[in-house]
Design a binder for this molecule. Structure first.
Ligand code: 6CS
Length: 338
C-alpha cells in the first residue's frame, strides 16, 4: 500500500468512526420532578417510569421528590425553562396556566369507581388528544394523566351538609375553579401551596382541606383534623409532562421509549392503587382511633350536587367555547367507558 493510499484509508476510517458516533444515541441524564415523596403515588409512578427508561435506553433519570426543588409552581417554571425535562403537576396547580384543566374540579363529574376511572384515563379522547394541544401551547408535551384516588374532606368539626362548612376556612389548591367550588359548597376557600397546609391546620388559620386517603395518612393530616368526610365530589388527578422543546428534539426511538414508559407506569399505578385507600384508612384508624369517618348518603350529598351545577356553569364562563368542548368530550368519554 502506498503512503497516499494509506492516507485515504485513514481518512475513510475516521469518517466512518464519526458517522457511527453520530448515529449512536447519546446517553443523557434527564431530570424529573414531582409533587409528592418517592413512596407516594406520584413517586411510585416516577420510579416505574425511571425503571422503564433505563431498561430500554442508555439514558438515566434523576428523580426530584417534593421539597427538593420547591413548590409545584416552581417545578412548572423550571420545566417550562427547560431546566427540568419532566414534571408531574396536578391540574390543581395548572389552573391559571391551562384553564381548561380545571374541568377536573367540576364536582361529581368523575366517577368514584376506580376501574371506570382507569378505563376513562386510558381511552378518553379529551385526555389523550384534546388536552395535548392545550398543554403544547404552554410549551409542554402531555405524556400521561392518571387518578390518585377519591378526595375526602378533613375538618375539625363534623360535615354532614353544606351548612356545616359555613365559616370554615377551607384550604384548596391554587386553582380558581376549586375556589368557586368551595364557595358554592358554603365554605370560605383559602388557596395555599401544599407546604403551608399542615401548619395552617395546626395553628387554626384554616379548619379544613381535601385530599385522597393515601395522602391523609402519609402526610399525617389526621393529626391536625378530627373528621374525615367522603362526599364523592372529586377524584384527585395528576399529569406527567415533558418540556416540549426537549421532547421535540428527541429521536423517534427515544420518543417511543418515553411514550412506552409513560404507559407502563400508568398500568403499574392503576394496579398499585387497588385497595390502597382502604388500607391507608385502616392505618389512620389505628393511629388515631378517635377519628370520625363519615360517608355521606345521597340525601346528605344533595346540596353538594346542587352546588355542582353552579360550578359547571362557572367553568364554562371561565373557559368559553374551548372549555365547553372539553367538558362535552369528557362527558361523552365517561359515558363510553362505563
Ligand atoms: O393537596 C396538595 O397540594 C397535594 N395533594 C396531593 C395528593 N399531591 C400533591 C399535591 O401537592
Amino acid at each position: 500500500m502506498t503512503f497516499k493510499k494509506r492516507g485515504l484509508m485513514g481518512c475513510l476510517t475516521a469518517v466512518a468512526t464519526i458517522a457511527a458516533g453520530l448515529g449512536a444515541a447519546q446517553a443523557d441524564n434527564w431530570k424529573y420532578a414531582f409533587e409528592e415523596s418517592l413512596t407516594e403515588v406520584q413517586g411510585v409512578y416516577a420510579t416505574k417510569f425511571k425503571e422503564e427508561i433505563e431498561k430500554n435506553s442508555d439514558h438515566t433519570i434523576q428523580l426530584f421528590p417534593y421539597g427538593t426543588l420547591g413548590e409545584s409552581a416552581d417545578l412548572m417554571e423550571q420545566t417550562q425553562a427547560g431546566i427540568l425535562q419532566f414534571v408531574d403537576q396536578s391540574p390543581g396547580f395548572t389552573g391559571a396556566l391551562i384553564p381548561e384543566a380545571q374541568v377536573f374540579f367540576v364536582p361529581y363529574l368523575l366517577p368514584t369507581d376506580q376501574e371506570h376511572l382507569a378505563r376513562f384515563f386510558r381511552e378518553s379522547k379529551a385526555i389523550n388528544e384534546d388536552f395535548k394541544g392545550l398543554y403544547e401551547k404552554q410549551g409542554l408535551e402531555l405524556l400521561q394523566m392518571f387518578p390518585e384516588g377519591e378526595v375526602a374532606m378533613t375538618t375539625k368539626e363534623p360535615v354532614e351538609t353544606c351548612a356545616d362548612l359555613d365559616e370554615v376556612k377551607f384550604r384548596v389548591m391554587t386553582n380558581p375553579l376549586l375556589v368557586e367550588a368551595y364557595q358554592a359548597f358554603g365554605a370560605t376557600p383559602t388557596p395555599l401551596p401544599w407546604g403551608e397546609v399542615y401548619g395552617s391546620l395546626q395553628t387554626n388559620i384554616i379548619q379544613g382541606q381535601e385530599n385522597p386517603t393515601f395522602y391523609l395518612y402519609s402526610t399525617k393530616l389526621y393529626e391536625v383534623t378530627d373528621y374525615i368526610t367522603y362526599t364523592g365530589h372529586s377524584n384527585f388527578t395528576t399529569a406527567v409532562m415533558a418540556n416540549k422543546e426537549f421532547y421535540d428534539g428527541l429521536s423517534d426511538a427515544d420518543k417511543k421509549v418515553v411514550q412506552d414508559a409513560a404507559k407502563a407506569a400508568f398500568e403499574h399505578i392503576v394496579v398499585y392503587q387497588q385497595g390502597l385507600a382502604q388500607q391507608e384508612l385502616e392505618k389512620i384508624k389505628e393511629a388515631k382511633p378517635e377519628i370520625t369517618i363519615t360517608v355521606l348518603n345521597e340525601e346528605q350529598r344533595s346540596c353538594f350536587k346542587e352546588a355542582a351545577k353552579t360550578v359547571e356553569a362557572k367553568f364554562i364562563e371561565m373557559t368559553g367555547d374551548s372549555g365547553e368542548a372539553i367538558l362535552k368530550q369528557f362527558k361523552a368519554d365517561l359515558e363510553a367507558t362505563k
